[in-house]
Design a protein around this ligand. Structure first.
Ligand code: SAH
Ligand code: SF4
Length: 359
């Protein structure tokens, strides 16, 4: 028999949250304005913001320095809905993957990575999702295979951090989970402002990276956002012929336009850009490709991250040998480019780059 209770509960849940604002998505000033409308003193906004964004409380009852009457008033006007944890997996290397259920029943994943394999050092990075699925259809990416369901709200993005922050001190964020962040720009930018807020999680702005497959108009918009996060571009190929084969976005915004947008971005912001290049065996791993890549990025303030590809499903795209990876990297280094090989983490729990599929 089908399980109707789940749908019934979900319907109830949806109904309950429909008409109220998500308190986790409110900036302090917005909260202040809403509370003023409810005849509350301005300092209440500081208190509530602190409980929500710094202490990451899961319920109104936990806001112990507020009167019961005020807590009831807040509960009547705002939603405070933590994500529902469905599954936590721990990789051999310590990486943790979280499967969350959203209020409407959709599933997303986040990945927590510990540097130097030891989380007592408190150098942790959370890889965040920004959409349920992704419409961009890159051939090598498991999220792309899901298709697109919907954008996440700012509250749902922030919640991925908040709901883990009571257990872990998170000090780096990468917007590299499920989805294309630049297709969800207003909510992504709002989540960054909230997570960077001094009275909230206070995550340094240069410790926040947004990765995009290369949407040119949105990159132009980002250059004007006034937020100094790190921009990463998923390049993955040194010319249009190769890039067209693996990234449909390249037909809309070919490499020349993308690189021009990157140059403009650097000129406007003064910041370096990170270029991600997934190395695929016998596809983009030749010395000729390395040479073209070096030419393409000539004179650009760039950091290059080489990611030996993580295979998904049938493994149509394979990883080159360690020797080929080293040859590729050495060539770029000899040309004076700043290159690192991105450490693989969490692949045994399908938590590595491109493996997230909300299962
Ligand atoms: N949509 C954004 C961010 C999410 S993907 C983007 O594409 O940039 C995060 C990174 O993982 C991107 O650089 C993406 O190209 C890369 N990636 C996707 N599938 C991969 C795979 N199978 N192996 C290695 N990297 C992959
Ligand atoms: Fe979407 Fe990024 Fe995956 Fe491409 S690589 S399908 S843009 S999540």
């Amino acid at each position: 028999m089908p399980d109707c209770t789940k749908n019934f509960n979900l319907a109830q849940q949806k109904e309950k949250i429909k008409y109220k604002l998500d308190v986790r998505a409110l900036e302090k000033e917005e909260l202040g304005r809403f509370l003023a409308n409810l005849q509350e003193k301005p300092y209440r906004a500081n208190q509530v913001f602190h409980w929500v964004q710094a202490r990451a409380v899961q319920s109104w009852q936990q806001m112990t320095n507020l009167s019961v009457t005020l807590r009831e008033k807040l509960a009547a006007n705002f939603n405070l809905v933590p994500l529902k944890l469905m599954k936590e997996q721990v990789s051999r290397d310590g990486t943790r993957k979280y499967l969350w259920e959203l209020a409407d029943g959709e599933l997303i994943e986040s990945v927590l990575l510990f540097h130097e394999g030891d989380y007592t050092r408190k150098r942790t990075t959370l890889c965040l999702s920004t959409q349920v699925g992704c419409p961009m259809g890159c051939g090598f990416c498991a999220t792309g295979k899901l298709g697109f369901k919907r954008n996440l709200t700012a509250g749902e993005i922030v919640s991925q951090v908040l709901d883990l922050s009571t257990q872990f001190k998170i000090n780096n964020l990468v917007y590299m989970g499920m989805g294309e962040p630049l297709l969800n720009l207003p909510d992504v930018l709002k989540s960054i402002k909230l997570l960077n807020h001094k009275e909230g999680q206070n995550i340094g702005i240069r410790r926040i990276t947004i990765s995009t497959c290369g949407l040119v108009p949105q990159i132009e918009q980002l250059a004007l956002s006034g937020l100094d996060f790190v921009l990463a571009i998923s390049l993955h190929a040194p010319n249009n012929e190769l890039r067209n084969q693996i990234m449909p976005v390249n037909r809309q915004y070919p490499i020349e336009e993308l690189i021009r947008a990157c140059r403009d971005y650097i000129a406007k912001t003064g910041q370096r850009i990170t270029f991600e290049y997934a190395l695929i065996k016998d596809f983009n791993d030749s010395l000729q490709s390395a040479k073209e890549l070096a030419q393409l990025l000539q004179g650009i303030k760039a950091n290059i991250n080489i990611i030996p590809i993580n295979s998904i499903n049938q493994g149509l795209y394979r990883r080159p040998s360690a020797q080929v990876v080293r040859r590729f990297v050495s060539f770029l280094q000899e040309k004076g480019l700043a290159v690192v090989i991105r450490e693989e983490k969490g692949s045994d729990i399908a938590g590595a780059c491109g493996q997230l599929a909300g299962r």
